[in-house]
Design a protein around this ligand. Sequence first.
Ligand code: C5P
Length: 414
Amino acid sequence: MDESQLSTSLRGKRLALGVTGSIAAYKAVGLLRALAREGAIVSVVMTQAATRFVTPLTFEVLSGRRVATDLFESHEEMAHLAIPGQAHAMVVAPATANFLAKAALGLADDLLSTMLLNARCPVIVAPAMDGDMWTHPTVVHHVQTLRARGVVVLDPEVGPLASGQIAQGRLPAESRIMEAVHAAVTAQQDWQGQRVLISAGPTQEPIDPVRFVSNRSSGKMGYAIAEAARDRGAEVTLVTGPSSLMSPSGVTTISVNTASEMSDALSRHFPSSTVLIMAAAVADFRPKMPVGQKLKKQGQSALVLELEATPDILSMLSARRTSQIVIGFAAETEHVLSHAKGKLKEKGLDLIIANDVTQAGGGFGSDDNAVVILSATGEQKTLELMPKRRLADEILTVVRDLCLTSSHRQSLVE
Ligand code: C5P
């Protein structure tokens, strides 16, 4: 990235810079200057421990703004809501092991950790700690949790540490932190103007009032795509089958149970959408005659349930498209690519995202996934096993590059 690119992309961007109590806190002063030099408007938030290393006055003078340190201080605006509410990105540098633990667990016992729970913008964390702390299983676990949630946790660097140890634990170089800030701030704009309709989760097809036919889908992949699209500026509608996941904030969420309800909700929103991403595991078959009362055993040793095919929502919507991009998923257990290619063609899709649900560490219910994306024009892209939230971003980048070309955007976004 050259200097001219750097200096335009942060102009007018509001950033929250969290500083926690590591000996590397003094390096946050240099980071603040670098951010401010590029035109960012930076609100600094310090933990009490950080103020023991560097005074708030230093950050106050360099940012030209009051430094927030106390959750209980009275402000005109409530800092824990106002700062993350306006921020394009939040950066925590240096981040201690204590901060990583609080962030992973969702504790909110000071201003910075409370702000983090209110943040809906990209969050970048630059850890600094002793080498033995960085490799401690608890810290490793917390870092994994944060990454799975979409937080960008940079790896600390190897070098001499305050303890005298030479190990991995040094605050990542300022240039690496700046690069991550640029990536977060610029990436979040690339889906702006798109109205994205996403389906997620399983459907439940009633047998009687208390029983249903369903599948193992958790909804995690579809929800992750909805959150990623929202973070990158899209207007998102999520139509979800039953899932234990929280409705993502800033996304219009419509809950449904059956394939037929999902079909109705998607049909209503499809005409005004620019992109449909069908991540739901819609039942292919449903009980033909659901009964009004709970079925009784009545001494029977077997029960035959007659199933009928559900309408293929994706094929139906694809046939009705005007200028929408239509993307399907293919959850397969064998012959993944050939089955996915068949579906891409049969359903008239722009892209299909194929995953082998039998693979170790991925598939239904898991936090990670690996996929192959196939396009109608013959492109193929493999995305290795990674957290679903990160995979969601990678998928959106592939969709952007393959489908949202400038001519397409022209016709889609009026
Ligand atoms: O044919 P198959 O069920 O494997 O196709 C998977 C793709 O089709 C997924 O994107 C899924 O959401 C969609 N689908 C659908 N309606 C169905 C079954 C699947 O839209 N009844």
